[in-house]
Design a protein around this ligand. Structure first.
Ligand code: SAH
Length: 229
């Protein structure tokens, strides 16, 4: 009986100290990797401080959750580098009243960051297993404003369009026209465009009335945007 009690105390203290460790790592990630590289939007910095990245990566890489790079999440996919998540979020300028679409749920991390700022986040993942695990994890973490589905994100999510912002987290060879179509007047989309595994650029797409403008912001490397067979 008493050894069970000691074990409970041990587990309690252990989880407490590791939470504390991750909080420190998260603070230093935001300061060194994100603020120091020029991300200024307070709502983005707060969201990056809040989301438990270590809860969203596979257990074999938990200790590297807050390091300055992408990490494998299985099925040949990756969770993006924290700085890139912050950069893409800031580029679309999300606001509390916004409805956002994300293509490429992956771990669910980018969706969670967006959901800390925007009203609703709709996110689409093409790999069914990743959709299932992200949906489960986001529910466990208590996100009530994220809606997941398994599909080819090329076609967007018409029932919920138009969106104030669209964040695409897989590299496409061209900008999918349905996504431009589903962007609100005045809305912004950020998308990596380029050949698979070669150099790609983050492109900011802005829609103003009939006019659609594109601007290249940053060279990046993302996993490919795949298509349903
Ligand atoms: N935003 C993710 C990053 C995941 S990597 C995160 O925060 O963890 C990109 C993801 O895009 C992969 O999970 C990949 O399976 C998915 N993907 C690729 N092509 C897609 C498509 N056509 N529709 C939806 N998801 C796609």
């Amino acid at each position: 009986m008493s050894s069970v009690f000691i074990l409970i105390i041990f587990l309690f203290l252990h989880s407490f100290t590791s939470q504390d460790k991750f909080q420190k790592e998260r603070e230093s990630m935001v300061k060194n990797q994100i603020e120091n590289r020029g991300i200024k939007d307070k709502s983005v910095l707060n969201a990056m401080r809040k989301v438990l990245r270590h809860e969203m990566v596979p257990s074999n890489v938990v200790n590297r959750a807050y390091t300055d790079g992408p990490l494998p999440i299985g099925y040949g996919q990756t969770i993006s580098q924290p700085y890139i998540v912050a950069f893409m979020t800031e580029a679309t300028n999300p606001k509390p009243e916004h409805k956002v679409l994300e293509i490429g749920t992956g771990s669910g991390y980018q969706a969670a960051v967006l959901a800390e700022i925007a009203k609703e986040v709709y996110t689409i993942e093409i790999v069914n297993e990743l959709y299932k695990s992200a949906d489960k994890k986001l529910n466990e973490l208590g996100y009530k404003n994220i809606f997941c589905k398994a599909a080819d994100g090329y076609y967007g999510w018409e029932e919920h369009a138009p969106f104030d912002a669209i964040v695409v987290t897989a590299a496409a060879e061209h900008i999918p026209p349905p996504l431009v179509e589903q962007l609100k007047d005045g809305g912004k989309m950020i998308i990596p465009v380029g050949a698979p595994f070669l150099n790609q650029n983050l492109i900011l797409v802005e829609k103003k009335g009939e006019e659609v403008t594109t601007r290249s912001l940053l060279p990046v490397r993302f996993v490919p945007f795949t298509r349903e067979k």
